[in-house]
Ligand binder design. Structure first.
Ligand code: HEC
Length: 159
């Protein structure tokens, strides 16, 4: 409660004209993705996977890199290829933080444009993800928290 009040006290400052504008890619994320994934990439981790300090692990695998741009919610976004690449780079490199492997290259508009033409279907998605997560945890020392998405509250798989 105390911190909530402190945040309220900051509101007039945040609304002032000298506050830096929110970058376009972050705005697009907040509008198109933040409702499910949360403003910082964390929401209900069992229903929607966390992005914060976690999503970058997928860049260790070529299929993981492709997976992120082929996700239905990403591929079918109404953004142009250019905007989508910037948005995805924000979601993966900025929110992904410490999980991003060293030397990983940002997505280009051309790459995203090609990948979004091959969207993943809902049915195969969960198994596809689970297989990669097991490889990432076993061979790339990814955090086991990657497994939380799809677990029920007792920790067992529900799909
Ligand atoms: C309707 C809710 C919803 C919206 C909107 C949404 N996502 Fe997701 N996202 C999910 C769910 C659920 C998954 C897990 C895979 C699946 O079922 O699609 C996911 C998976 C992901 C992943 C892979 C993370 C992992 O650990 O597997 C990324 C990256 C991602 N979303 C980014 C985005 C971006 C970028 C946007 C906006 C363009 C977006 N999402 C919009 C619900 C959503």
């Amino acid at each position: 409660m105390k911190s909530g009040l402190a945040a309220l006290a900051l509101l007039p400052v945040m609304a002032s004209a000298d506050m830096a504008p929110i970058p376009a890619a972050q705005q697009a994320y907040l509008l198109g993705c933040g409702g499910c994934h949360g403003i910082d990439g964390v929401s209900n981790s069992q229903i929607v996977p966390d992005l914060k300090d976690q999503v970058g692990w997928f860049l260790n695998l070529p299929e993981g890199r492709r997976y992120l741009a082929r996700l239905p919610n990403v591929a079918f976004s109404t953004n142009t290829d250019q905007e989508l690449a910037a948005l995805l780079n924000y979601a993966v490199f900025t929110l992904g933080g410490s999980s991003v492997p060293q030397g990983a290259k940002p997505y280009t508009a051309r790459e995203v444009g090609e990948l979004r033409k091959q969207p993943l279907t809902e049915t195969a998605l969960f198994q596809y993800r689970s297989k990669m997560v097991e490889t990432l945890v076993a061979d790339y020392r990814a955090a086991p928290s990657l497994r939380r998405y799809g677990e029920d509250m007792y920790g067992s798989k529900n799909q």
